[in-house]
Structures are given as structure tokens and as C-alpha cells.
Write a protein that binds this ligand. Structure first.
Ligand SMILES: Cc1cc2nc3c(=O)[nH]c(=O)nc-3n(C[C@H](O)[C@H](O)[C@H](O)COP(=O)(O)O)c2cc1C
Length: 210
């Protein structure tokens, strides 16, 4: 699959059934995903795969954490929404040049690359978190240490719905881009320059003659 096509057609899959990628296949995709931008190549994350009955353990931990008998069954069933859950654990470390936020960004880069590669291989997936993610029961189940943070689960499996990508709301990328004027550009009034930081496309280039 062409990369642009993969980016444009990837959709998070809400309903996922068996089969899921094997451990070997997941490792192969992860090896490719680990080429994502990563300052210092720290790979400041680890993954925990949860399959089969292990999903029930997660469901029970979530239900215990929620502590609501009325919704217990529904909460526990959340862990069964895919045949494979891949818990994403952020493991930042102290580094003289790579602050924590860069390590978090690198982790997100790797996970998005993995999501794209899963899609490219025909698998469905969705990254989910939820309100119970930081509860002691859920943290303990994954063996999350005090210095680590659980960033959610990649629910992975086979999509039940047709793979025709749903339309996305229209976006205007031009609104997201401003242009820093070059120093040798024609002089413009300071007021217009200030505006150029937000809307370069509509900047009236009024030249001031001295
Ligand atoms: C870190 C992270 C956590 C997310 N947590 C949830 C979640 O708990 N529940 C949910 O419905 N979507 C969650 N999302 C959003 C979905 O993964 C997905 O991006 C969204 O449904 C849009 O679908 P799309 O990927 O097809 O554009 C999360 C996304 C990220 C990056």
C-alpha cells in the first residue's frame, strides 16, 4: 500500500474480532515502527500484550477500579472489545539532552507508525485510554512502576465493518500554517508583521517607503 493511501484510509476500528496478529507479526511491525523519530534513540516505552483470558484479568481490574456494582459487567467487558490489546507504557528516563516531553512525543510517533503499519497489513486497531487508566488496580496489573505511565491500549484485531474509509470532516491545513518573514523581505508595518504570525495568507503587504 502506498504511504499516502495508508495515511488517508486508516480509520480507528471500534468493533474488532479474531484473528489478531501473532506475536511474531507484531514484533516485525514494531521493528519497523521503531524507526520513528526518537531523540537519542531511547525507545522510552514498553508494550504489554494482552490476549485470551488475560483480557478478563484486565476487565476485572477495571471493574474493581470503577467500584460500581451496577456497571461492573459492562466495564469488565470493555477489555473484550478486541482479541489483542497492546498496553502502551511510557518509561521516561532522565537524560541531559532529551526532556520528558520529547520522550513522550517519540513514544506517540512510534505508536502512530505502528498503527499505520497495522493498517497497511490489513489489521484494524484503535488507541483507547479511558478514565480507569491511572487507577492502582489497572497500574498494578500491568506492573507500572512509579516512574512509568500507562498511555492506553492499542486494541487490535480484524475489522467487522467494510474497509471503506468513513469520510472525515473537512480540514483547512492552510489555517494551520503561518510563515516567518525572511529578514530581507520588503519592510512592512509592524502592525501587519504582528498579524502575519497568525494569518500570513491574508497579510496585506503595505510597503513603507522611507
Ligand atoms: C492517546 C490517545 C487516547 C485515546 N483514547 C480514546 C478513548 O479512550 N476512547 C476513544 O473512543 N477514542 C480514543 N482516542 C481516539 C481514537 O484512537 C481515534 O483516534 C478517534 O476515534 C478518531 O478516529 P480515527 O483514528 O479514525 O480518526 C484516543 C487517541 C489517542 C491518540
Amino acid at each position: 500500500m502506498d504511504l499516502t493511501h495508508a495515511v488517508l484510509t486508516r480509520r480507528s476500528a471500534i468493533r474488532l474480532s479474531a484473528p489478531a496478529p501473532s506475536d511474531t507479526e507484531l514484533e516485525e511491525l514494531l521493528q519497523a515502527a521503531m524507526t520513528a523519530p526518537d531523540h537519542g534513540r531511547l525507545s522510552p516505552w514498553r508494550l504489554v500484550t494482552i490476549r485470551g483470558d488475560a483480557r478478563n484479568q484486565l476487565g476485572e481490574a477495571m471493574a474493581d477500579a470503577a467500584g460500581d456494582d451496577a456497571t461492573r459487567e459492562r466495564t469488565a467487558a470493555k477489555a473484550l472489545r478486541a482479541p489483542l490489546l497492546v498496553a502502551v507504557v511510557f518509561c521516561p528516563r532522565d537524560h541531559p539532552k532529551v526532556p520528558r516531553w520529547e520522550q513522550l512525543a517519540a513514544t506517540a510517533c512510534a505508536m502512530q507508525t505502528l498503527l499505520l503499519l497495522l493498517h497497511d497489513s490489513g489489521w484494524g486497531a484503535i488507541w483507547r485510554t479511558g478514565t480507569l487508566i491511572d487507577t492502582p488496580q489497572v497500574r498494578e496489573l500491568h506492573g507500572i512502576s512509579d516512574s512509568e505511565q500507562l498511555l492506553g491500549w492499542l486494541y487490535v484485531g480484524t475489522t467487522q465493518t467494510p474497509r471503506t474509509p468513513a469520510p472525515r470532516p473537512p480540514q483547512n491545513p492552510a489555517e494551520k500554517i503561518t510563515q516567518l518573514p525572511t529578514p530581507d523581505a520588503v519592510p512592512v508595518p509592524v502592525s501587519a508583521l504582528a498579524r502575519s504570525w497568525t494569518t500570513i495568507s491574508s497579510l496585506p503587504l503595505v510597503v513603507e517607503q522611507s
